[in-house]
Design a protein around this ligand. Structure first.
Ligand code: DGI
Ligand code: FE
Ligand code: FE
Length: 190
């Protein structure tokens, strides 16, 4: 599959509005990679595929997790986070992606994790701040992203955690670990 075929195949998996979002993440991920010494090709590839399963029926996303030994505890948390792990599996199986760094960037783009790689930060942050995003606080995160990916991502995760707490929802532990890990990184940078 060449790059054009890959892009067309992923595009066919989602409604037009979600494809617009994916285009925004592709563009933003490449810009972040250039600004922060990331690998722009890998960032682009992970961005193309990051939401590949997002519009699959939730039941199918759950089946991918159950049937292929992905972390079973995901099933005890919000369904919104399933598509990331399921997507990494599908990227490898159906789209012939074999680069572990790219697969991890897809896998952790929603929840994050402790000690996120540069590529994971790029894709996760691009997902929050791509031009089509419009949620309270997004402007501030875009401003911070001009000088620190870690500070921008911390602000983004804090917003998500607060949002989940206010809704009375559970927080997947990796998101808390990601958040704490960024605090450590930032304090060592200062
Ligand atoms: O797929 P997208 O809409 O582009 O963005 P995403 O993959 O970041 O989706 C995240 C959604 O998942 C967001 O609306 C918040 C929700 N969510 C539910 N539980 C958790 C969670 N997000 C994180 N980071 N951690 C959770 O535990
Ligand atoms: Fe997503
Ligand atoms: Fe996304």
């Amino acid at each position: 599959m060449n790059r054009k075929q890959l892009i067309d195949a992923v595009k066919s998996q989602m409604p037009a509005a979600r494809w617009e979002h994916t285009l925004g993440v592709m563009e933003t991920a490449v810009l972040l990679a250039r600004s922060y010494q990331g690998d722009a090709d890998k960032a682009h590839m992970a961005a193309v595929l990051h939401d590949v399963c997002k519009y699959w029926p939730v039941k199918e996303q759950g089946n991918v997790i159950r049937d292929h030994g992905l972390p079973a505890d995901l099933l005890d948390y919000d369904k919104e986070i399933w598509h990331a792990h399921a997507g990494a599996f599908i990227a490898q199986r159906d789209y012939e992606v074999d680069d572990e760094e790219v697969l991890d960037a897809i896998r952790y783009h929603t929840t994050g994790r402790k000690h996120m790689t540069q590529l994971e930060k790029i894709v996760c942050l691009a997902d929050y701040i791509e031009p089509g995003r419009d949620f309270p606080g997004v402007h501030k995160i875009r401003e911070i992203a001009e000088y620190s990916m870690e500070k921008a991502l911390l602000t983004a995760f804090d917003g998500t955690i607060i949002f989940l707490l206010e809704k009375g929802k559970k927080v997947y532990p990796l998101t808390l670990l990601a958040r704490n890990s960024l605090v450590d990184e930032i304090n060592q940078l200062n």
